[in-house]
Design a protein around this ligand. Structure first.
Ligand code: DC
Length: 224
């Protein structure tokens, strides 16, 4: 198969992770979850006791940040100082920290090469917020996956409860709406669709329906 890069952007709770995992399997691609990189920086500043809104402190902490992006049979994992922190970065608090640090242009610049290099070396489906607009502007296919706020909040709530993380639907709805506003309205790399992205709204689709719709879009684009 020729080198293939798929950019899959969209807001929190749209179902990007599941969809990307399935698309990666279907086309034999590596799934790169870029949100995990911002989450790892969120965890890093939390551990240092830094307020994620304190731009100066976050920027100066980047000098000693040892962040790794690794791939195993089970998929991607992220490391902090060599420690696998995949299991620690999915809490609501880390979601908010990640959203705050991701506004800082220096943080985005810090992660740029990691993301571009892996896409250059391998065929990937990369999920995030600015993949189609900034990271991989020449991606073969760009999809912007979205769904209504209430639908996304319910999915996020179900996901966290299933993992044994305590939360409420209202808390997740508030968190998702404020995080989206944060991500969408930031000055650097706002989370908006690329001009040439195909919008896929899956509010009324289940996982299988979403996957089928995405495969149709990809096949039409890459001419299979
Ligand atoms: O996809 P996620 O929920 O794991 O992402 C966590 C936060 O990181 C999200 O609020 C926005 C930010 N993010 C970003 O700014 N750019 C990306 N490419 C991926 C995530």
């Amino acid at each position: 198969m020729k080198h293939l890069n798929i950019a899959l952007d969209g807001p929190a709770g749209a179902g990007k992770s599941f969809l990307c995992r399935e698309i990666a399997k279907h086309y034999g691609l590596i799934h790169v979850d870029t949100g995990a990189l911002y989450r790892t920086i969120g965890l890093y500043v939390l551990r240092l006791g830094i307020d994620p809104k304190d731009t100066e402190k976050v920027i100066s902490s980047l000098g000693s940040l040892k962040l790794g992006l690794e791939f195993s049979e089970e998929g991607q994992y992220v490391t902090l100082d060599g420690e696998n922190v995949n299991g620690l970065i999915r809490t609501t608090q880390i979601s908010e920290y990640a959203s705050d640090v991701s506004k800082i242009p220096e943080v985005r610049a810090f992660l740029l090469d990691t993301q571009r290099n892996i896409a250059k070396e391998k065929s990937v489906i990369m999920d995030g917020r600015d993949i189609g607009t900034v990271i991989l502007p020449d991606a073969n296919v760009k999809i912007f996956l979205t769904a209504r706020d209430e639908v996304r909040a319910q999915r996020r709530y179900d996901e966290l409860i299933a993992k044994g993380i305590k939360t409420t639907y209202e808390q997740e709805l508030n968190s998702i709406v404020s995080r989206d506003n944060n991500d969408r309205n930031r000055a650097t790399a706002p989370a908006v669709p690329a001009e040439d992205a195909i919008i896929l709204d899956n509010s009324d689709l289940d996982r299988e329906g979403t996957l089928a719709a995405a495969i149709k879009i990809i096949d039409e684009k890459i001419g299979e």
